[in-house]
Design a protein around this ligand. Structure first.
Ligand SMILES: Nc1ncnc2c1ncn2[C@@H]1O[C@H](COP(=O)(O)OP(=O)(O)OP(=O)(O)O)[C@@H](O)[C@H]1O
Ligand SMILES: [Mg+2]
Length: 261
């Protein structure tokens, strides 16, 4: 469980988070929305310990992340997986190398271990057939082709999947997605939404998603938090979001309506 308690964060004169309090229960899909520059990424960075709050606390499974020593912080970070905006693959690395880079950096060099984890996660995101569905020869062929591909040879949707496979390596309890569907066409966006929902269910993973895409929110979220000017203007079950009388929420919903109709 993630608990954010009264987090304030400023950069110089600029107040970005103005006392944010929220709880992300285990196993849920939690979407964070709000207009550009409202503080979504800063909030996530405070949650994972990349930024320190000026005031307030963040607890990950009961541990105050900003009070941990280096070693303990690394241990807690192993519970997290990140899917960065625009996939952030390394262009000069193969698919295989991109997926296992985190393990490699943790000092794991055993090729069999690395291969197995890459196969497990690339299968989970649908880039490889499930072993039981095809012959061994067919599987080996698909794996050989995929593992040595370079990011430039992949479509946007495939790159996104490779990015998700990388985040799943090491079986994290929490996975953070920063605008996973931005820049993708509607069909690919929907596939990515389905993937996020499938993984959440299959691995009982807690998913935290920053998005501008209200279509995704209504499709996959259990909970929504909306930030405006550093304050939470909504935090609760997605079903209650439409009923919120907060003018900022209403305005956001209005825009969404005009966009889809
Ligand atoms: N390290 C930093 N130093 C100074 N200002 C920062 C820093 N990080 C973020 N900011 C400022 O904090 C504000 C919120 O930034 P943040 O990246 O959280 O926005 P966001 O909600 O994620 O926006 P977007 O939807 O465009 O990604 C912005 O005004 C940004 O310029
Ligand atoms: Mg951001």
């Amino acid at each position: 469980m993630i608990e954010v308690r009264n987090v304030h964060k400023s950069f110089g004169e600029k107040k970005v988070l103005n006392g944010v309090t929220l709880t992300i229960p285990d196993g849920v899909t939690y979407c964070i929305i709000g207009r550009s520059g409202c503080g979504k990424s800063v909030l996530i960075k405070n949650i994972v310990g990349l930024l320190e709050p000026d005031v307030g606390e963040v607890f990950i499974d009961g541990q105050n992340i900003h009070k941990l020593g280096r070693e303990e912080l690394f241990k807690v970070r192993e519970k997290f997986g990140f899917v960065f905006q625009s996939s952030a693959l390394f262009d000069s690395y193969t698919v295989f190398e991109n997926v296992v880079i985190g393990l490699y950096e943790r000092g794991i060099r055993n090729e069999k271990v690395l291969y197995n984890e890459a196969i497990r996660t690339l299968t989970a995101v649908g880039l490889l057939p499930r072993k039981e569905e095809v012959s061994e020869k067919e599987f080996e062929r698909e794996w050989r082709i995929l593992k040595d591909k370079m990011p430039a040879e992949l479509s946007g949707g495939m790159r996104k999947r490779v990015g998700v496979a990388r985040a799943l390596v090491g079986s994290p309890s929490y996975i953070f997605y920063d605008e996973p569907t931005t820049g993708l066409d509607p069909v690919t966006s929907e596939q990515v939404d389905n993937l996020i929902a499938d993984l959440a269910k299959k691995f009982e993973i807690t998913s935290i998603i920053i998005t501008h895409d209200l279509f995704s929110v209504f499709k996959i979220a259990d909970y929504v938090a909306m930030i405006d000017d550093g304050n939470l203007v909504f935090d609760g079950e997605v079903e209650k979001f439409r009923e919120s009388q907060n003018p900022v929420v209403q305005e956001f919903l209005e825009r969404y309506k005009t966009k889809v109709v």
